[in-house]
Design a protein around this ligand. Structure first.
Ligand code: ZN
Ligand code: ZN
Length: 398
């Protein structure tokens, strides 16, 4: 039996448990850095499958690494398992988690024969937008010695190399002074006005942003009572751009908008976050091509995308990994249109039969890709040569 058939046979034995894991995580959504149950379930499943599991790595209680095999080519498969506030697993990270375990277990079966070491890395808090799990794991050396990294992410349709741009998240706090809103308003400093002015300035700024730039946010505190001049308001914003350099430029412009609110009202402004941004994704096209062939061999071709996908640009901390280690991040379709990621309708799709089929295909496509990387001499040698991943990762995410 060849390696790929062996991996597939192993996956079939595990399949029921893998799908059950996807559904269980979906039913118990946990926010970033709080994924206690999900990380435990994944680590337990890999432990039971014979992996050497280390929990709570790099000072993150919900991060883990599970290793199997001792071949020269060391492949990381990244698991994400955080959800979104209020709408649960609307990004399908339950499926990412299940696919990482599925691919790991399938590839582990043949790892030594194929010349592979497989690390399933549990990466917390992908959705937080700044100083996320993979960024901290990279800084703290969890990707040291890794030759290539991969993960598969759910989406409405299959996409081999979706556009993934740089991003950063931050909180803005305004501090003014309370006053009776009717009797003595002249004594107040209105922190809500400061935020309104900043939002107006950002609205005007949009004329001057590049097509690929993004600015979006929410008010996290708008005041406490309509008859008290608000002394404390806050907002949470994400800025995005094609790459880290262009992000600096957007950041400077958006900060001036927030400063404008403070200047006009006399409120004080403080910004927290925005110190460890997400980098744009650099795809390793050669590994992507291997994944494409395996996906197609599993009966899952990559469709021509409809027009609504033309402006699509999202972000992920896998981008930071890709600056340190040759990486891929294919999207796997769950046939959810018109529902798409970050909608509650998409949450519902992430445990439907098409999602389960995607978990099976994504697991196998990653396991087969790992096998191909180890067994294709030119590719294997290139990846083995460029192996200073961990230290480069710390620099890339700084
Ligand atoms: Zn998401
Ligand atoms: Zn996601």
């Amino acid at each position: 039996m060849d390696a790929k058939a062996g991996a597939q046979e192993k996956f079939r034995e595990a399949e029921t448990g893998i799908l059950e894991l996807s559904h269980r995580i979906h039913a118990h959504p946990e926010l970033g850095f709080e994924e206690e149950q999900a990380s435990k379930w994944l680590a337990d499943a890999l432990d039971a499958a014979g992996f050497d599991v280390k929990r709570g790595i790099c000072d993150m209680p919900t991060a883990f690494v599970a290793r199997c095999g001792s071949g020269p080519l060391h492949i990381a498969i990244c698991a994400e398992y955080d959800s979104l506030p209020g709408i649960g697993h609307a990004c399908g990270h339950n499926m990412i988690a299940a696919m990482a375990v599925g691919a790991g277990i399938a590839a582990a079966k043949v790892a030594d024969d194929a010349g592979l070491t497989i690390s399933v890395i549990g990466t917390p808090a992908e959705e937080v937008g700044n100083a996320s799990g993979k960024i901290l794991l990279l800084e703290r050396g969890a990707f040291a010695g890794i030759h290539a990294a991969m993960m598969v992410h759910p989406a409405p349709l299959d996409m081999l190399e979706a556009k993934l741009i740089a991003a950063s998240m931050f909180d803005v706090f305004y501090t003014g002074k309370e006053a009776h809103a009717s009797a003595f308003p002249e004594q107040g400093i209105n922190a809500a006005d400061a935020l309104t002015l900043a939002q107006t300035a950002i609205g005007l700024l949009r004329q001057h942003l590049r097509q690929s730039d993004r600015v979006h946010g929410i008010t996290t505190h708008g005041g406490d009572a309509p008859n008290v001049i608000p002394a404390h308001t806050s907002a949470r914003y994400i800025i995005r751009a094609e790459n880290i350099d262009e992000l600096q430029d957007v950041r400077a412009k958006v900060r001036r908008c927030f400063e404008a609110g403070a200047v006009a009202t006399g409120a004080k402004m403080e910004i927290r976050g925005d110190d460890k941004p997400y980098a744009n994704m650099i795809y390793d096209h050669e590994i992507s091509a291997v994944y494409r062939r395996n996906s197609e061999a599993l009966g899952r071709p990559f469709p021509k995308l409809p027009a609504m996908f033309e402006r699509l640009a999202a972000s992920t901390d896998m981008g930071n990994v890709s600056h340190a280690v040759p990486s891929i991040h294919p999207m796997i379709g769950i046939n959810s249109l018109p529902a798409a990621n970050h909608q509650p309708e998409f949450t519902a799709h992430c445990i439907m039969p098409d999602a389960d089929k995607a978990v099976v295909d994504g697991s196998m496509a990653m396991a087969w890709t790992a096998i191909d990387l180890a067994q294709t001499a030119s590719l294997r040698e290139r990846l083995l040569r460029a192996s200073s991943a961990g230290s480069a990762g710390a620099q890339a995410s700084a």
